[in-house]
Design a protein around this ligand. Structure first.
Ligand SMILES: Nc1nc2c(c(=O)[nH]1)N[C@H]1C(S)=C(S)[C@@H](COP(=O)(O)O)O[C@H]1N2
Ligand SMILES: [Mo]
Length: 491
């Protein structure tokens, strides 16, 4: 006998949750960790709608872990949406005693919602199919009581489904940037060699003078990087200019090409943090494009915008020696570093180096960029820093201290080390400067511990102008960390 109840049973509610979870897993299986994954656009929206003060608070207090919070929230929302489609289907099936109609409605609804969110009809099937299957299970469990699947059966089939789909997704191998291998041009090869030769002989495990692509730090406002193909890319210089100038990828890469060592450092990192790296970048100076556009704005300031809705504003002067890069260490710019084209602004904090660059707008008056709206002051020149990234005891019994020092376009003249809490200072050994206006240097200092178990080590840099790294300690928020790196080193 068909039950004529109007409500949905607990068992059915339980099944709709699995419909939601497996729908999300199915979407992941076909789309991978990309923008076609149903969670991605939801996450972008969550990030956009989160108040700036909260973002600043999370970055300061939770740091990178903040990503986990909004991704988890976005996952729950996606599960809710797809589960909701299943619930609606079951409800219709019960109300109208139309099993097939309910099941098809649920699948169709899940599909439409996923297409609306991701814009990809084909891949949306990955999310819709599990919803349809679980809705069918749910409808059956309501009508034919004796044969209804037990919770354990539902759980087992859901787990199996998630396992299989995620497995398939892995197997399909969503394109990962680091696997791209290109023949590296002679010029880049030479630069690699020079860096290798000039790298200090350091026993500790620290980056060389050129960071590996896979080890190069990453800071993104969005959890999912935009996917921009070189063919679809173009960049426009607009706003207060005599003429708008637009270049596409072919035009850009046909311009005079240079290979530069450039170091980047994030304003948000700790004093001795690791968000500082150097790569060999291939690109073209931006100057000729700017001159073609002929800026005539009154504030002499520019807003750079990107495909991930990132934007940053700073004085046009900073673009004078800026660079538009399309290769990193001889490879096409990896997706996570701004494929196909990013800006590199010499000596300025990482945030000015816009990835997935789409527009340079010359402004009439100054406006805050993404991070400045959130209280940061990170558009100016970098602070001077000497990092202490490695401390090890050598076979000889001596202690080796080593790290990198960076002061943007000011350059590094000297690194000084104290092993007695600042009473006496010695100059560290420094790597020969690699050519470039905006590069770090490696330093190394070896000392005899003289039987003492522990040493109060302090390191500080002197920039190319002769200015000592400021001693006063401050947090990275809002203007970048200051102070001297200090560490107790024991044998
Ligand atoms: N479009 C875009 N550009 C961006 C960012 C971003 O989130 N979106 N992050 C900025 C920040 S804060 C830093 S420190 C650098 C980091 O560059 P990387 O990820 O290549 O190391 O990129 C900058 N450019
Ligand atoms: Mo940054």
């Amino acid at each position: 006998m068909i039950k004529d109840r109007l409500s949905v049973s607990n068992n059915q509610l339980f099944i709709t949750v699995f419909a939601g979870i497996t729908g999300v897993a199915g979407s992941y299986a076909v789309a991978g960790y990309t923008r076609q994954f149903i969670v991605a656009p939801i996450d972008a929206l969550v990030v956009r709608l989160t108040p700036g003060l909260l973002v600043a608070f999370v970055i300061e207090n939770i740091g990178e872990g903040g990503h986990v919070l909004h991704i988890a929230l976005s996952m729950c929302l996606a599960v809710g949406l797809l589960g909701g489609a299943a619930l609606f289907g079951i409800y219709v099936a019960e109300q109208l005693t139309q099993s097939t109609l309910g099941i098809v409605l649920a699948g169709g609804l899940a599909w439409s919602v996923t297409v609306a969110i991701t814009g990809n009809p084909a891949l949306a099937v990955g999310a819709a199919a599990p919803v349809l299957v679980f809705t069918a299970l749910g409808v059956e469990s309501g009508t034919v009581i004796e044969q209804s699947p037990t919770r354990r059966q539902v759980l087992a089939s859901a787990a199996a489904f998630v396992g299989v789909t995620v497995g398939v997704g892995r197997f399909n191998g969503t394109s990962e940037d680091n696997t791209i291998t290109n023949p590296v041009s002679r010029a880049v090869e030479d630069k690699f060699q020079q860096a290798t030769i000039q790298t200090l002989d350091i026993n500790g495990d620290i980056p060389g003078l050129v960071s590996e692509i896979g080890g190069f730090y990453n800071v993104d406002i969005a959890e999912f990087d935009p996917e921009v193909s070189a063919d679809d890319w173009s960049m426009t210089i607009t706003g207060e200019v005599s003429d708008d100038v637009t270049v596409d990828y072919n035009e850009l890469t046909a311009m005079p090409t240079e290979h530069r060592y450039v170091t980047l450092r994030c304003v948000g990192e700790d004093l001795n943090g690791k968000k500082m790296d150097t790569a060999i970048w291939t690109g073209t100076p931006i100057k000729s494009l700017l001159e073609e556009a002929d800026p005539d704005g009154t504030c002499d300031c520019a807003m750079l915008r990107a495909e991930d809705d990132y934007f940053v504003q700073f004085p046009t002067d900073a673009l004078e020696n800026a660079f538009l890069a399309w290769e990193m260490n001889g490879q096409p710019l990896p997706q996570s570093h701004g494929h196909p084209v990013r800006a590199l602004v010499p000596g300025h904090w990482g945030e000015t180096n816009v990835k997935w660059l789409s527009e340079i707008e010359l402004l009439e008056e100054e406006m805050d960029g993404y991070w400045e709206q959130r209280g940061w002051h990170g558009t100016g020149p970098v602070n001077t820093v000497a990092k202490l990234w490695s401390t090890i005891t050598l076979d000889s019994g001596n202690i080796e201290l080593a790290g990198h020092a960076y002061a943007g376009t000011r350059g590094i003249k000297r690194v000084e080390v104290s092993v007695d809490g600042g009473s006496t200072w010695e100059d560290a050994e420094l790597s020969e400067p690699i050519p470039g206006d905006d590069v770090w240097r490696q330093w190394r200092h070896e000392f005899n511990p003289n039987g003492d178990a522990s040493h109060d080590v302090i390191v500080r840099a002197v920039d190319g102008k002769g200015d000592l790294q400021p001693e006063e300690q401050s947090d990275s928020y809002p203007s970048g960390a200051t102070g001297w790196v200090q560490q107790t080193v024991t044998r």
